[in-house]
Design a protein around this ligand. Sequence first.
Ligand code: ADP
Ligand code: MG
Length: 244
Amino acid sequence: MFARQKLYEGKAKIIYATDDPEILLAHFKDDATAFNAQKRGQIAGKGEMNCAISSHLFQHLESAGIATHWIDRPAPNELRVRSVQIIPLEVVVRNIAAGSLCQQTGLELGTVLPHPLVDFYYKNDALGDPLLTRDRLLLLQLATSEQVDQLQTLALQINQILSAFFQECNITLVDFKLEFGLANQGQLLLADEISPDTCRLWNQSETDPNLRILDKDRFRRDLGNIEAAYHEVMERVLAHAPQS
Ligand code: ADP
Ligand code: MG
């Protein structure tokens, strides 16, 4: 077997080339980082769990009509995906106030937002992934005005689909981060991953504000039982057919 050509190693995944230039392999690692990689660690089994969760959610979104990079899952911690030119934006959708939204606005943790909020951040580790305004985003030419509108609409559609899916799992989708990219024909595809690393997920069977957390906030805030939380999300997600 040939040594695989590593194209990029990020904080959570390694991207490999395949013999088809339009197809990549995304290998999910157990490595965990937070606060722009100032905090580092490992979550045992995370690679496989996030890969399984992402794969299931991408399939579900595909069956609901959202174009994604997902092709299949050839190994427990690997996804085959369509190669895209990633738009360097983190598109964050929020349903409930948490994290930086609370810090920056004074909104109380857990405040249900009157309507979902879409925030764009510059995906740039050197700058600390800053929050962008629409004008700054256009100034930096990170996307066209039409693309911003398209991303906003898609992000809200994805939010509806995923919120309903997680509701079936007795999980509240508090907020989540998406990445999009352009395939070779210019088609806009949802890319990267959707997992407890990139979503805030609250267990509806728990009322305690710390016990209910089923996502990377357990790692960020040293709350313990991280693997168990990710495992719980995986079990509940996989128990629901992707197209239901
Ligand atoms: P990072 O540390 O930059 O967040 P990750 O480890 O999360 O990196 O993932 C590896 C990189 O792969 C990310 O920069 C992500 O934008 C990129 N990526 C995700 N999906 C695709 C794709 N379909 N085509 C090309 N690049 C992708
Ligand atoms: Mg990433």
